[in-house]
Design a protein around this ligand. Structure first.
Ligand code: GLN
Ligand code: ZN
Length: 789
C-alpha cells in the first residue's frame, strides 16, 4: 500500500447466522423443547457470532458487522430494541426478554399460569380474563423480506404505539466484538424501513408514518449509545428506497436523516435488492457519511451514483452477488470498479450486494459436487475472499497469492462459460423452433369445459385435494433408509406403492370425486423434479434460513434444463390402476421450480423458465398418453417472483404466464389442467392468473374467510375454481357447517357451477386421523351444497 488515502475498504451488510452446520437451528429447537435453558442458548449465540466475526476478519474485511445476529429474526430484534412489543401479549416484567421474543415469534397457546395469573387486565387483547390463565396469543404475522425467501416477523403499530430504547442486546454484542479485538460496524434497520415493514392494527385510517416523530428520538438514543461504545460506523438499512414509495414517505427521509446525523456517528445508508431510480438523487443527497448500493441488481446505476454522490461521502459498491451462489467474474467486476475507484479516491468500499444471509454458508462442506461445477460457485465464506481479492487487485497488489487466485477465478469463469454441461444444443434448438402458439390450448375454455364435463361426469361441487397426503413417520423413515443405502430401490418403491394404495383406498372410502396419489414418494415438490431433470445439482449443506429455525436447501440450476425421462408417470399410472375415479396427475410448475432454486445468471430468468416449462410440458404429454385425464401443475410461487418495482411487473407476468401455458398446452381439450396457488395476495394479479388459462384453479382462501374470492368475483374469473374450505396449517378440524357456510359465501361471488371443493393446500404436514375427519366433513359439506343449488 503506497497511498493510504486511496485505501479501499471492504465489509458485508450481514452474514448468515444459522451456522455452518445449522448450530443455531438445533440449539433453538433444543431450547424450545425445554432441553436447554436461556443461558445455554445465549452461549451458542455468542460462539456463533465469535466464529463468524473471526471469519470476516481472517478474510481481510476492514470491519466486522455486528447486529445482524438474531435468535429468530432481525426485525423482531428491532421490535425489542425499540420497545414496541404489541400490548396484546400482555407481557409482564417478570418474563425474560428472550421468552417474550419467542412468544412474539411463535405465539402462545392458552396455558394455565402459576399462582398469580399473568394475564394482565390492561393488556388490551380483548379476551376475557380467565382465572389465573395466560391467554392465548397468536404469533406476529410473518411475511417475505422483500423478494427473498426469508420471512420476517411483522411489527404491529397502532396510533398509541410508543417507542423506548428497551433492549441491551445490540450494545452487548458490540462490546463482545470489541472485546475480541474487532473493528466494528454496527448495523440497524432504518426507521423508515422499520415503519414501512410493519402493519397498522386498530383504527383503519391510521398512518404508520405518523409514528416517525416519536420513533426518531429512540433511534437517536441507539446511535448515541453506539457512538459512546466507539463503533467505527453504523450501517443503517433503508431498502425501501428501492421501492415505489408514496410521496410522504420519500419526503420523510431528508428530515429523518438530518436528525440522525446530528448524533455524529458515521452513518452508512444501505439500500439493496432493487435500483434506486427516482430515489437516486434523494439517496445521494441524504446527510449521511456513506451510501451502500446493490451493484448487482442496480449495476446500471453505478456510474450515475459515482457521479452524483458528493465526493466526501463513502460509496459502498455491492459488487459481489449476495443473493446467488455463483463465483464473481472478477475481471468484469474490476472493469466496473476501476473507473469508480479513480473517481472516488479513498472513498470506495467493496461489499456484497446485500446481507449474505441469503447465501449458504460455505462450499468447504460440499464434497459431493462435481469438481467442475463446484469451481463455479461461491457461498458466503467464499464471497468474503472475493472481496479481499478485488481490493488487492484495485490496490495494484499483485503478489503471487493475488495473481494465482485471480487465475483460478478466471479459469473457473471460462470453464462455466464454455462447459458442455451448461449448454445443450438440443435445448437451444427446441427453444428456437418453438411455435408461436405453443402456449395456446386448442379450443377456448367454454368448449374445453363442455368436453371435460361430458368426459368426467363429475357431480356439482366436485371434491378433491391439493396433492399430498400425510408424510407419516413410516414414509420418512423408509426414505431415510433408502438414502442411507439400507433399503434397496425395489423395496423402497414397493413401500411407496403400498402407501399410494393406502391413500387411494382412504380417498375412495371418503367418497372424494377426483383422487390424488398422495406424493408419498416426494420429499419436496421442487427437489423431486430437480433431481430428475438435467441442469440441476443439489448441495449437501447449502442451507439458507427461511424463518426462525427453518432452513431450505434450494437446488442449483446451472445449465440448460431437459428431462431425460418421465418423472411421475409410473406412480400415477399405478395409482390410477387402483381406482375407477379420475386420478389427478401432480406436477410442480416452471415458475415455482425457478423461484425456489438458485438460478443461473448467464441467461435471462425467462429463458430458464421456458426450458423448465418444456420439460414439464413433456411430462404432461406423457401423463395424458398414459391415460391420465386430469393434471395439476402447482404454481404457489407465481406471486413471489414479482419484481419489487411495479413498472417491471408486466414484463415478468408476461413471461411467467407464458411459461406456465407452455407447460400446460400440449394436451387435448378433454384433458383437464388444474393449477394451485396459496399463501399470497392474488387480487392484484388476477388478470394474469386468468391468463394462465388453467381449467381449474384451487386456491387458499379459508384464512381470509373467503375474502380473497371477492376479487375473483368482481373480476369475473372465467374458469373453474376451488377455494380452499379449510386451513391445513391448523390441527383444528372444521365441522361440516363451517365449510357449508364458506361454500355459500363462495357461491355468492362465483357461479356455483364453476366451484370445486377442496382444502387450502397439501396435507403432508398433517396426521391421517385429523385429515380423514376433516375430509369426511368436507365431502358431507359438498353433498349438502349439491342439495341446495
Ligand atoms: N401439490 C402440493 C402438495 O399438495 C402443493 C404444495 C404447495 O402448494 N406448496 O403438497
Ligand atoms: Zn398450496
Amino acid at each position: 500500500m503506497t497511498n493510504s488515502n486511496k485505501k479501499i475498504q471492504t465489509h458485508i451488510p450481514g452474514f448468515p447466522r444459522i451456522g455452518a452446520a445449522r448450530e443455531l437451528k438445533f440449539a433453538l429447537e433444543r431450547h424450545w423443547r425445554g432441553e436447554q435453558d436461556e443461558a445455554q442458548l445465549e452461549s451458542t449465540g455468542r460462539e456463533l457470532r465469535a466464529r463468524h466475526w473471526a471469519l470476516q476478519r481472517e478474510a481481510g474485511l476492514d470491519f466486522v458487522t455486528v447486529g445482524d445476529f438474531a435468535f429468530y429474526d432481525q426485525v423482531a430484534n428491532h421490535i425489542q430494541l425499540l420497545g414496541c412489543e404489541p400490548a396484546r401479549y400482555g407481557f409482564t416484567p417478570a418474563q425474560s426478554q428472550l421468552s417474550r421474543y419467542f412468544t412474539m415469534a411463535r405465539g402462545r397457546s392458552g396455558v394455565a399460569a402459576q399462582a398469580d395469573g399473568a394475564h394482565q387486565a390492561g393488556c388490551g387483547c380483548g379476551q376475557p380474563q380467565q382465572g389465573g390463565a395466560l391467554h392465548a396469543a397468536a404469533a406476529l404475522e410473518m411475511t417475505k423480506w422483500f423478494d427473498t425467501n426469508y420471512h420476517y416477523l411483522v411489527p404491529e403499530f397502532s396510533a398509541d404505539t410508543v417507542f423506548a430504547l428497551s433492549c441491551e442486546r445490540l450494545f452487548d454484542e458490540v462490546a463482545e466484538a470489541q472485546a475480541l479485538g474487532h473493528a466494528v460496524k454496527a448495523t440497524l434497520i432504518g426507521p423508515l424501513t422499520f415503519l414501512w415493514l410493519g402493519k397498522s392494527k386498530g383504527a383503519v385510517d391510521f398512518d404508520r408514518l405518523s409514528l416517525l416523530d416519536q420513533l426518531l428520538p429512540v433511534y437517536g438514543q441507539v446511535l448515541d449509545r453506539l457512538k459512546a461504545l466507539g463503533v467505527e460506523w453504523v450501517q443503517i438499512d433503508e431498502p425501501i428506497l428501492g421501492l415505489d414509495l408514496p410521496a410522504p414517505w420519500r419526503s420523510a427521509f431528508e428530515n429523518s436523516y438530518w436528525q440522525l446525523n446530528q448524533v455524529g456517528v458515521p452513518l452508512l445508508l444501505a439500500t439493496y435488492f432493487s435500483p434506486l431510480e427516482e430515489n437516486l438523487s434523494l439517496a445521494c443527497r441524504l446527510p449521511v457519511a456513506g451510501l451502500h448500493v446493490d451493484g448487482v441488481r442496480a449495476a446500471h446505476e453505478l456510474t450515475s451514483i459515482a457521479d452524483w454522490l458528493p465526493v466526501h461521502k463513502v460509496l459502498s459498491v455491492g459488487i459481489v452477488d449476495g443473493r446467488n451462489i455463483w463465483r464473481t467474474d472478477l475481471d468484469a467486476a474490476l472493469a466496473v470498479l476501476a473507473p469508480i475507484a479513480d473517481k472516488r479516491a479513498g472513498k470506495l468500499w467493496l461489499s456484497s450486494s446485500c446481507s449474505l444471509l441469503h447465501a449458504p454458508f460455505t462450499l468447504a462442506a460440499e464434497t459431493a459436487l462435481a469438481p467442475e461445477i463446484r469451481s463455479w460457485l461461491a457461498f458466503a465464506t467464499e464471497k468474503l475472499d472475493e472481496l479481499y481479492l478485488l481490493k488487492r487487485a484495485l490496490h495494484g497488489e499483485y503478489d503471487a497469492g493475488t495473481t494465482d487466485a485471480l487465475a483460478v477465478s478466471r479459469a473457473a469463469i471460462a470453464s462455466r462459460r464454455a462447459s458442455p454441461r451448461v449448454h445443450q444444443a438440443a435445448v437451444a434448438a427446441r427453444l428456437q423452433a418453438l411455435p408461436a402458439d405453443a402456449g395456446q390450448r386448442r379450443a377456448g375454455f367454454a368448449q374445453r369445459q363442455a368436453e371435460q364435463r361430458a368426459r368426467f361426469q363429475l357431480p356439482a361441487f366436485p371434491t378433491t385435494t391439493i396433492g399430498s397426503f400425510p408424510q407419516t413417520p413410516a414414509i420418512r423413515s423408509a426414505r431415510a433408509s433408502f438414502k442411507r443405502g439400507e433399503l434397496s430401490l425395489a423395496d423402497y418403491e414397493a413401500a411407496m406403492r403400498a402407501e399410494i394404495a393406502d391413500a387411494v383406498q382412504r380417498q375412495e372410502a371418503l367418497g372424494l370425486d377426483v383422487l390424488v396419489h398422495g406424493e408419498a414418494e416426494r420429499n419436496d415438490m421442487v427437489e423431486y423434479f430437480g433431481e430428475q431433470l438435467d441442469g440441476f445439482v443439489f448441495t449437501q449443506l447449502g442451507w439458507v434460513q427461511s424463518y426462525g429455525s427453518r432452513c431450505v436447501k434450494p437446488p442449483i440450476i446451472y445449465g440448460d434444463v431437459s428431462r431425460p425421462k418421465a418423472m411421475t408417470v409410473d406412480w400415477t399410472v399405478h395409482a390410477q390402476s387402483l381406482t375407477a375415479k379420475p386420478m389427478k396427475g401432480m406436477l410442480t410448475g416452471p415458475i415455482t421450480i425457478l423461484q425456489w432454486s438458485f438460478v443461473r445468471d448467464d441467461q435471462p430468468r425467462a429463458r430458464t423458465a421456458l426450458q423448465i416449462a418444456l420439460a414439464i410440458r413433456d411430462e404432461v404429454a406423457d401423463l395424458e398418453q398414459a391415460g391420465i385425464g386430469i393434471i395439476q401443475i402447482d404454481e404457489p410461487a407465481v406471486r413471489e417472483g414479482l419484481p419489487l418495482r411495479r413498472g417491471r411487473w408486466d414484463d415478468y407476468l408476461d413471461w411467467a404466464t407464458h411459461a406456465f401455458r407452455v407447460s400446460a398446452s400440449a394436451v387435448a381439450d378433454a384433458t383437464q389442467i388444474h393449477t394451485h396457488m396459496c399463501y399470497a395476495e392474488f387480487n392484484d394479479i388476477l388478470p394474469q392468473i386468468a391468463a394462465m388459462d388453467a381449467d381449474v384453479i384451487t386456491i387458499e382462501t379459508s384464512r381470509s374467510d373467503m375474502e380473497l374470492l371477492n376479487g375473483f368475483g368482481q373480476f369475473r374469473y372465467p374458469n373453474e375454481i376451488g377455494p380452499g374450505v379449510y386451513d391445513i396449517h391448523s390441527p383444528r378440524v372444521p365441522d361440516q357447517q363451517e365449510m357449508v357456510r364458506l361454500l355459500q359465501k363462495a357461491s355468492a361471488v362465483i357461479p356455483p357451477a364453476n366451484l370445486w371443493v377442496n382444502p387450502d393446500c397439501g396435507l403432508k404436514t398433517r396426521g391421517w386421523a385429523e385429515t380423514e375427519t376433516a375430509l369426511r366433513n368436507m365431502v358431507a359439506a359438498a353433498r349438502q351444497l349439491r342439495a341446495i343449488y
